[in-house]
Design a protein around this ligand. Sequence first.
Ligand code: ZN
Ligand code: MN
Length: 460
Amino acid sequence: MKTIMGMEVHVQIKTNSKIFCGCSANYNVPPNTNVCDVCLGFPGTKPRFNRKVLENAIKVGLALNGKFHDNIFFSRKSYFYPDMSKNFQITQYEIPLVYEGLITINVADKEKKIRIRRIHIEEDPARLIHEGADITTSKSVLVDYNRSGIPLIEVVTEPDFESVEEVRAFFDKLRSILEHLDVFDSENYIMKSDANISMTGGERVEIKNITGAKAVEKALNFEILRQKNLLKRGLPVKRETRHFDALGGTTKSLRTKETEEDYGYIFEPDLVWYSISAELIKKIQNEMPELPDERIERFTKEYEMNHETAVALISDKKLADFFEQCAKKFKDKKLLANFTTTHLMKCLNFNKVRINRSKVTAENYLDLLENIKDGTITERLAKEKIKDLVGKGSVKLEKKVSDEELKSVIKKVLKKNAKAADDYKHNNESALNFLVGQVLKQTKFAADPNKVREFIRKQL
Ligand code: ZN
Ligand code: MN
């Protein structure tokens, strides 16, 4: 059974003010305080387009290898909903800013190109707070208009995803690109997505308004299972719009039969046509920073890193920046790269903290790595110590085990594991590995495994 998925991702674009008025774009303030006549949708008020939104959206379009329409305009998407006091959202429908883009994703070190159908600009509606329960059962709703008029771009892909892993890789790449462009604040902004999914033999189902990339994975995994079970039993998968219940991890039917035409798009007469001239594109092109794909290439050359490692590192811009900051001061790039992409990254992920929010600094991190280099501690011990570094910003190093101490530990271990010692004497190499492991454990990984191996050989 083949699964095909497409994504529509709403990305908040970094600006000082909202898209059509002068209100601050910071909505993390008391409810309904960053508002004005325009973003509250009072009759007779007129929108004014914030050019910074256009410039940042063009950056994204260039980074996603898209084509640009020469002239664009805005349309009103009409619908009645409490988050939209004007009863329409200003968006782009007929002619999007960008069309026919491409993004390269990496899954298990295989490259795949995902086609971008379009990128358009629109305003965010207000925030609805469903009191006490979720959207399907809540009895009352609160509205916060701080978010009304926050600039968004919507990135719409073709249905090119064949697995949830590919969708995850897409979000990793997209986020990294947006961070490299400095148009997205990944610490405060959340991507809101709609996902389309269809399986062989079933109709297309849309899951609306999924908050965050992790939730998209959960929603898709649930939906794949649900549709598979229906199809297996010979039941139809209906064309419908579903809602993802993040708490329950399930999707629920919201409505059936709804098409774009139902929104009755009309031209927004309060705004003009905007020319996307070749000069404008060129000017922005010249200001483009290094992007993830180029950076991956550079890392593989400059730091002799394999491609997969570079992809992993650069999927997190802040970690990649940290790595480069360290690389300037640390000679052993291989050790730095390996330790960062395995132990440090794992520890940060486990603690759900990004490098800039952890206690790790270039100084304390390089101290730890210097200790590995000069043999003060083993890599195995450093792997344990990195946990302290991430959480507390300092590590306590146990005294290094002296040769005399090590020999006496080995003596004890050999005595206790006479069978393994005997096996080794009969040419069983795995018995030696076992013994080395036991000795390391006894020394709390403060001993050098090669030395332990050598000493055991000598003693036997
Ligand atoms: Zn306003
Ligand atoms: Mn939209």
